[in-house]
Design a binder for this molecule. Structure first.
Ligand SMILES: *[C@@H]1O[C@H](CO)[C@@H](O)[C@H](O)[C@H]1NC(C)=O
Ligand SMILES: *[C@@H]1O[C@H](CO)[C@@H](O)[C@H](O)[C@H]1NC(C)=O
Ligand SMILES: *[C@@H]1O[C@H](CO)[C@@H](O)[C@H](O)[C@H]1NC(C)=O
Length: 573
């Protein structure tokens, strides 16, 4: 297994350009024609956004990019320079350097997916629900379209997304050519199709046998691939082919803050504009929490339903009024991400009263959305009214699968203060969902970002984004999060030791124990704040010290995870 994280190393290999590539200048290879094959859309989340970022960055690096996908709206995206629809003839010329051309091949209207979802204009079937003929037809149509483009324009490299079916589409398209192709594994194809339905492994194997490299974002994905193809590991040369290239970060969106008041004013301006356009976000005045009787009742469904009474995908419409007047000496602890029961959000809140005792000026800011938003709100409300029963019911009412927001083994009473007074309560803020512009302004105000996931994560993007903004992430050590901490440890063991939240002692490396988290978290916050501000808060030289640490964090994130370097690695595999 080779690890490719340092673009400088791969460039130094000075690999000769293949196919119709433009000759390399010095060590850097420029102006390749790269084809990306992604069977789905180019907007939303996960691998869709990954594909956009690759295209965007490779354009900047001077490559010619052709993307095959099934997104008819791609022609409206700002970074897409040319669009070729299913019935359009292919242009004679290859797309120019620094430009992206999207091609939607004609697949006869049937889209094979991993998990059922509606796609406008398509009949959608999960792969296990397709007949063998339907799958073969899909491969035939897609691979023919790719081959036509390769024959017409030449190609230096193809990247196929997911284990199914793009790799087999590409493999058959490239038969008899010497164009190399890599496969990027995102995890969902394996998780939702290959693991439960191993009969479809034959399509993945057919492609892996012929591919150049298999790209995994983390060691966690490497393990998943090795487990899935354990029996075929040797003949597929998995150990030679698997490389780790982490997903990337936009260092221009997440940057350290020079002047907190400028950031806050800009932030408030932006959200006011946003609310003027979309004013259906949460408004505390309109929310009534369920009444909880003497015997605690299950209020899970009621809370979920309250969360559906407003638009969760925008910032709260009362945010400009409730956003706190932050001063410079207040340590800010931040969580951003989904409000789900697997994320450890309730555990963070549970620890806050104890943190406040030690740091009375501390603030806690939650940014995000999700099915457990109102569980979080009800818990905060209950802290202010001293209502232990409501707090417990919101925290530990089981959902339909028996899962609770706060881990059910935790003794809530042990942590519950009599109540928080109004001043203390005002130190907790929930913003709702923020877009990247808004998050980029407010994230660098934090001193600490908490990554508290209890279930496994593909990668620690939140930790990396925090670092880019000069913020110290405190991060549990399991699954895809391990890679971020291990990488930091190599470069700066002291930083890593501050960031590292051990998971359950002796536990597995796929998940963390919420109860253990609540036992160690307040002390780690303590340690982190003393590290950032050794002179006690308000000390004269604290800024100098914390600015140095912010620079260390920023530098590490930029060097290791900026898209620019990541994409150079990928182009030169
Ligand atoms: C196949 O489709 C049916 C409905 O048409 C659905 O109930 C079933 O869950 C699907 N199976 C898979 C494996 O997707
Ligand atoms: C976020 O919302 C603001 C206000 O509507 C807008 O100006 C900005 O462009 C948005 N940013 C992103 C990344 O969508
Ligand atoms: C912030 O300060 C202003 C002016 O003193 C005040 O009107 C506002 O209510 C304060 N905001 C909060 C959330 O305390």
């Amino acid at each position: 297994m080779t690890e490719v994280q340092d673009p400088a190393t791969t460039e130094a290999l000075d690999e000769a350009p293949k196919g119709n590539g433009v000759a390399s200048n010095g060590n850097e290879i420029q102006g390749k024609h790269i084809i990306v094959v992604h069977g789905y859309l180019l907007s939303g989340t996960g691998s869709n956004i990954y594909s956009c970022n690759l295209a965007h960055q490779w354009k900047k690096q001077g490559h010619s990019i052709t993307i095959f996908c099934q997104d008819p709206r791609a022609k409206t995206y700002e970074w897409v320079d040319e669009f070729v629809g299913p019935k359009d003839p292919l242009p004679k010329e290859r797309v120019a350097r620094g430009k992206a051309r999207v091609i939607v091949p004609d697949i006869d209207g049937l889209l094979p997916v991993y998990v059922y979802d509606d796609y406008e204009g398509y009949t959608v079937k999960t792969i296990p629900n397709c007949t063998d003929e339907e799958i073969e037809r899909h491969i035939e149509l897609t691979s023919k379209a790719i081959r036509e483009a390769v024959d017409l324009w030449g190609c230096d490299k193809v990247l196929a997304n997911h284990a199914l079916l793009s790799p087999v589409n590409v493999k058959r398209a490239l038969e008899g050519t010497d164009v190399p192709f890599d496969i990027k594994i995102h995890g969902s194809g394996i998780l939702f199709v290959l693991a439960p339905h191993p009969v479809y492994k034959k399509y993945a194997i057919e492609a892996i046998e012929k591919c150049n490299k298999i790209i995994a974002g983390t060691n966690h994905i490497v393990r998943q691939v090795k487990e899935t193809f354990e029996a075929e590991s040797e003949e597929l040369k998995l150990d030679d082919k698997l490389v780790i290239v982490p997903p990337g970060l936009d260092p221009d969106v997440f940057t350290p803050c020079r002047n907190i008041f400028k950031n806050i004013n800009k932030f408030l301006d932006t959200i006011r504009k946003h609310i003027a356009k979309e004013n259906d976000g949460r408004d505390a005045k309109k929310i009534n929490f369920p009444k909880v009787g003497y015997k605690s009742t299950n209020i899970h469904t009621q809370l979920v339903n309250i969360g559906k009474t407003y638009n969760q995908r925008v910032c709260d419409s009362d945010l400009p009024d409730k956003f706190p007047n932050i001063t410079k000496e207040e340590p800010i602890i931040m969580y951003f991400g989904k409000f789900l029961n697997t994320k450890g959000v309730a555990e963070i809140l549970l620890c806050f009263p104890e943190i406040l005792k030690k740091f009375p000026t501390a603030r806690l800011v939650f940014i995000g959305f999700g099915g457990f938003r109102e569980h979080l709100q009800a818990m905060i409300h209950a802290l202010g009214t001293g209502n232990l029963e409501l707090f417990r019911a919101a925290a530990q009412s089981p959902d339909e699968n028996g899962k609770t927001f706060l881990q059910s083994t935790i003794d809530v009473k042990k942590h519950f203060p009599y109540r928080l007074d109004a001043q203390e309560l005002s130190r907790i803020t929930v913003t709702g969902c923020l877009n990247h512009t808004e998050l980029g302004l407010i994230l660098p105000l934090a001193d600490i970002v908490v990554v508290s996931s209890k279930a496994n994560e593909a990668f620690g993007m939140v930790a990396v984004e925090a670092m880019a903004a000069g913020v110290l992430p405190l991060c549990v050590y399991h699954s895809g999060l391990v890679d971020v901490l291990d990488e930091v440890k190599k470069a700066d063991p002291e930083l890593e030791s501050k960031m590292h939240l051990e998971t359950n002692p002796g536990g597995d490396f796929e998940a963390a124990d919420g109860e253990h988290f609540t036992e160690i978290f307040p002390e780690k916050v303590n340690e982190a704040l003393e590290f950032l501000y050794p002179e006690a808060l308000g000390g004269m030289n604290n800024d100098k010290n914390s600015n140095k640490i912010k620079k260390r964090l920023r530098k590490l994130a930029e060097e290791r995870w900026a898209w620019d370097g990541i994409c150079k690695s990928l182009a030169n595999l």
